[in-house]
Design a protein around this ligand. Structure first.
Ligand SMILES: NC(=O)c1ccc[n+]([C@@H]2O[C@H](COP(=O)([O-])OP(=O)(O)OC[C@H]3O[C@@H](n4cnc5c(N)ncnc54)[C@H](OP(=O)(O)O)[C@@H]3O)[C@@H](O)[C@H]2O)c1
Length: 260
């Protein structure tokens, strides 16, 4: 049987680094034609030279015209869109009481409004094809609030809510929507969290972005509704449902820099 991803056209946002970069590589290894989207043109062009049948499309997900251009360039190059890996994201590491309105707007613009814009932008092409897969990369921080990343958590809770509703609304059009919730992953996004924790002798064991990429492809292939990676984060999610104070204590114990 041919590989599920063979010749599929996949857009990966946030493909210049971390989880997006690893997912783009893995999709390419499995035979997909990959559209590499992020703001860093040089990094994307370098990656496009490395991955066969891929194109670099510099994109800012907070700019609607840029997102529409990403979709149009994909259709011009490949004629269809089978998969969107909706992954671009930022994190601001600050307690809410020290954060500004600007911090909140910046994180919501990328992680929520930008990601929603990408999902909506691929919809017409997928509706026309009567098929498509959208994998929304949220976070365990979209199910549990963690200290010092409050606005990030808020953006991911919003995105998870969007993803869950969107899945139900577009299912009748042949479009599958998955939510992937990674736990702490070794990427530039949360280097400050990992550095802070290690400085304080806390034993955070991040997973690799390659492992998250494998979970993303598995979610896309099997059309899974919601995936937690690693599996222990699903246990944490259940535990949080029954004993929120206990999981909040765990979060402070393992992750916090200071109490405020
Ligand atoms: N690392 C973790 O522990 C972790 C855990 C759970 C969930 N996640 C989620 O996983 C996703 C990927 O994060 P990562 O850890 O791989 O982080 P990363 O290495 O910092 O990568 C983030 C990517 O997003 C892109 N990006 C940021 N702002 C953008 C914008 N306005 N328009 C287009 N692209 C933009 C960046 O590229 P440019 O700067 O070139 O634009 C980069 O490619 C995020 O949604 C994050 O919330 C990460």
């Amino acid at each position: 049987m041919p590989d599920f991803f063979k010749d599929k056209v996949a857009i990966v946002t946030g493909a210049s680094s971390g989880i997006g970069l690893c997912t783009a590589r893995l999709l390419s290894e499995r035979g997909a034609r990959v559209v590499l989207a992020a703001r860093s043109k040089d990094k994307l062009e370098k990656l496009a030279q490395e991955l066969p049948n891929s194109i670099a499309v510099p994109t800012d997900v907070t700019d609607k015209n840029s997102v529409l251009n990403m979709v149009q360039r994909t259709l011009d190059a490949f004629g269809r869109i089978d998969i969107l890996i909706n992954n671009a994201g930022i994190l601001i590491y600050k307690p809410i009481v020290q954060s500004t309105d600007e911090d909140l707007r910046r994180v919501m613009e990328v992680n929520f409004f930008g990601a929603v814009a990408c999902a909506n932008a691929v919809l017409p092409a997928m509706e026309k094809q009567k098929s498509g897969t959208i994998v929304n990369i949220s976070s365990i921080a979209g199910r549990i609030g963690f200290p010092n990343i409050g606005y990030y958590c808020a953006s991911k809770f919003a995105f998870t809510g969007f993803s869950e509703t969107f899945r139900q609304e577009v299912a009748s059009k042949g479009i599958i929507v998955s939510t992937v919730n990674p736990g702490t992953t070794e990427t530039p996004l949360n280097q400050t969290i990992l550095d802070e924790a290690r400085k304080r002798g806390k034993n955070i064991l991040p997973i690799t972005p390659e492992r998250v990429a494998r979970a993303i492809l598995n979610a896309a292939e099997k059309g899974k509704a919601e995936v937690f990676v690693p599996w222990s984060t699903r246990v944490l999610h259940w535990l949080h449902f029954f004993a929120p104070r206990f999981t909040e204590w765990l979060a402070w114990h393992f992750r916090s820099a200071e109490k405020y």
